[in-house]
Design a protein around this ligand. Structure first.
Ligand code: NAP
Length: 391
């Protein structure tokens, strides 16, 4: 039977890898909707090639460009954040959530409320609103399949296991671009240097987040939300080769590790074919050629993001939404040259302290509206923290 799929964030790194897998097996899939934002040429090209029903850009100012690019095809064009969310609710069997940032929350939630299986790459959804996402899935009976490689690895290690027997979950981190830099050089790291990852080929934002360890910090919070373990059960280990993605430790002392090449098509393909396993076009590891695997304890001074993630989990409530908004705003500030690499963590720390101490938002009941309000308040506070440093 053909599977109806939609891809939110189709023009990005995860979206393009998803399209790569689907394009290899055109008889198995009907593409309902593809969404993007600024990359109209790619969006239109893929929508036409995959015979999608609709292509949506989140940027309303680009609607005419999209219409022009789709002219002569049967693909409908639409634009705006509401149109992205609407297309997530179109009847599909499987939706890939691969928009970057908090903008991915509302469409992913809408797909879950519809009862659709959600392949979740957008880590911000669980960090900002984990309880909301899980409750929506519970109510509609839909499935969330994690696509982040670490969470896909944990999910796979847990198949057939009893959560009561889980002692700990260890997620690995490559350490990113500045793993071996002298600490005193970090403040001078340039955008280009931060945008290059030693192992993974990913979008620019997540690559910079890998260098600062904010990506891993997000994944720690995501792990707590998705697998329901306690913060103290989650460990991070630096593993420069990025071949082991995560390990689960059980009551009998066994550690189950998921090992694979750093290729997101594995986690995407696993979610696409779940519960089956099918052939995937990823490299097979030659363990003898690899020879050795290396592990190191993470350095809190180099990566304060990990401590901030623990403080965020301790604060609870909507601190995750504050953390994410502050992190996204700080990243924008770094990309724009307003703050340096080291100051990103300072901005997040200041924002968490300010919003958690002065606003009732953190304790408000979690709904999509209150999460978005908290996100707004935190972005303003983070921008003020940036301006203080820039000015
Ligand atoms: N890349 C990875 O290997 C990887 C691994 C694990 C998890 N993730 C997570 O997956 C998500 C996507 O990552 P990525 O690396 O694929 O990002 P990316 O390459 O930057 O792609 C982001 C996608 O989101 C679209 N987009 C940007 N702003 C938007 C907005 N305001 N509204 C709607 N769509 C918007 C982009 O459209 P345009 O390109 O057309 O502007 C693009 O399609 C992130 O949450 C990331 O943390 C990524």
């Amino acid at each position: 039977m053909r599977c109806k799929v939609s891809i939110l964030g189709a023009t990005g790194s995860i979206g393009q890898n998803t399209i790569d897998l689907i394009s290899r097996d055109p008889d198995s899939y009907d593409v309902v909707a593809l969404t993007g934002a600024s990359n109209i040429a790619q969006l239109a090209h893929d929508a036409i090639a995959l015979k999608a029903d609709i292509a949506v850009t989140a940027d309303e100012t680009l609607l005419e460009d999209l219409r022009d690019a789709l002219r002569g095809s049967d693909v409908t064009a639409a634009a705006g954040a509401a149109a992205v969310t609407e297309c997530a609710t179109r009847p599909s069997d499987w939706v890939m959530s691969a928009i970057v940032g908090a903008a991915g929350l509302a469409p992913g939630l809408a797909a879950l409320e519809q009862g659709t299986t959600l392949a979740l790459a957008n880590k911000e959804s669980l960090v900002c609103a984990g309880a909301l996402m899980l409750e929506a899935a519970r109510r509609s009976g839909s499935k969330i399949l994690p696509v982040d490689s670490e969470h896909s690895a944990i999910f796979q290690a847990l198949i057939g296991e009893d959560m009561a027997a889980v002692e700990r979950i260890i997620i690995t981190a490559s350490g990113g671009a500045f793993r071996d830099w002298p600490l005193e050089d970090l403040a001078g790291a340039t955008l280009d240097q931060a945008s290059s990852h030693p192992n993974w080929d990913m979008g620019q934002r997540i690559t910079i987040d890998s260098a600062s360890m904010f990506n891993k910090a997000m994944e720690v919070i995501e792990t707590r939300e998705f697998f329901g373990v306690l913060p103290e059960q989650i460990e991070v280990i630096v593993h420069p080769q990025s071949l082991i993605h995560a390990l689960v430790g059980f009551a009998d002392g066994a550690l189950m590790a998921h090992v694979g090449p750093p290729d997101m098509r594995h986690a995407i393909g696993f979610a696409l074919h779940h519960p089956d396993r099918k052939h995937l076009p990823v490299d097979r590891l030659d363990l003898a050629a690899i020879g050795q695997l290396e592990f190191r304890a993470p350095d809190d001074e180099r990566w304060p993001a990990l401590r901030l993630a623990r403080e965020t989990m301790q604060a609870g409530g909507m601190a995750g939404a504050v953390f994410n908004a502050a992190k996204e705003t700080a990243l924008d500030g770094f990309i724009a040259g307003q703050i340096n690499f080291v100051q990103m963590a300072e901005v997040v720390e200041d924002t968490l302290a300010h919003v958690c101490a002065t606003d009732g938002h953190i304790a408000a009941t979690m709904t999509l509206d209150t999460v978005l309000q908290t996100d707004h308040v935190a972005r303003k506070a983070a921008q003020a923290a940036i301006d203080k440093r820039a000015g």
